[in-house]
Write a protein that binds this ligand. Structure first.
Ligand code: ATP
Length: 269
């Protein structure tokens, strides 16, 4: 915590991550304007929007890839200026992208520890602790309820849904406080989407604050506590779960009044 007297006091309800009236411009293109979002421990905040709505830009700000131009970005109540994704990770923010950065031909356990391999032995005898990695991967996946047939199989042989689940389990194991998921169900069928959403809920139950980016209101409503709707870079709505029904969320995502206008127009023809 900073010593500054004007620092926001940390209360029980201080969000893990907060965007307050944030804007981001690329030259004169408005990618985001006036967007606010709260991410709390043990909750799932959903960000919904169509193509070009600004979802990727929002992820990039939280993940430390881009700086916002206006508004405030706070981590645990403190103004944050992240210089890189590494810094975001050090602050406990893990991002799982849709095109997961995995090495398809390497075993699941190798991918689980990629870049953070434990070693054993010293000096010239130092080597990767393969047994520990294998065993930990198996145990951690099981703890999340993921029963993989074999952690030795190349990760490329897993289904898209299973790979997402491994990535979520990995973030939980490496101590993430905030998990940002970039459209984890976008490329999946109904059954696999259900499996992934189960592990998203498991991460929430493990106490993480989750940001779930999606364009599917049904998926969002199955697990979400908060919903922020983006439209062409602006926030077209922000609700807690008790403020909106699935029907209204779906309607808003589909365009709400714009859809009504379109229907009238089509009927007239
Ligand atoms: P999609 O689902 O299609 O990826 P999105 O909701 O993630 O869309 P963003 O990628 O955040 O949307 O884009 C928001 C707006 O900002 C778009 O109009 C996009 O063209 C623009 N934009 C994004 N990145 C850049 C950039 N690096 N330079 C210029 N314009 C950009």
């Amino acid at each position: 915590m900073t010593e500054e007297t004007d620092a926001t006091p940390v209360t029980e309800r201080t969000p893990l991550v907060e965007l307050d009236d944030v804007s981001k411009y690329y030259g004169n293109i408005r990618a985001l304007e006036g967007v606010s979002l709260e991410v709390h421990a043990g909750e799932i905040s959903c960000v919904l929007g169509d193509n070009g709505a600004g979802k990727s830009t929002l992820i990039k700000i939280i993940a430390g890839l881009h700086r916002h131009d206006a508004g405030a970005f706070r981590i645990e109540g403190e103004d944050a200026k992240l210089g890189s994704p590494r810094e975001a990770l050090d602050r406990g923010i893990a991002t799982v992208y849709q095109d997961l950065a995995v090495v398809p031909l390497m075993p699941v356990w190798r991918n689980f520890f990629l870049g953070s391999e434990p070693t054993k032995g010293v000096g010239p005898f130092k080597r990767m602790d393969v047994d520990l990695m294998r065993e930990t991967t198996r145990a951690e996946l099981l703890r999340m309820g993921i029963d993989l047939r074999d952690v030795d199989q190349p990760i490329g042989t897993l289904s898209g849904g299973e790979r997402q689940c491994v990535a979520i389990a990995r973030a939980v194991y490496f101590g993430a406080k905030v998990l940002v998921l970039d459209e984890p169900t976008a490329a999946l069928g109904v059954k696999q989407s259900g499996v992934v959403l189960k592990y998203v809920a498991a991460a929430r139950d493990a106490g993480l604050g989750v940001v779930l980016i999606t364009h599917n209101p049904h998926h969002a409503y199955l697990v979400g506590n908060r919903f922020v709707l983006l439209k062409r870079g602006t926030m077209s709505g922000s609700y807690t779960r008790d403020e909106i029904s699935l029907d209204d969320l779906t309607r808003e995502m589909a365009g709400g009044s714009e859809l009504d206008d379109l229907r009238h127009e089509l009927e007239r023809r």
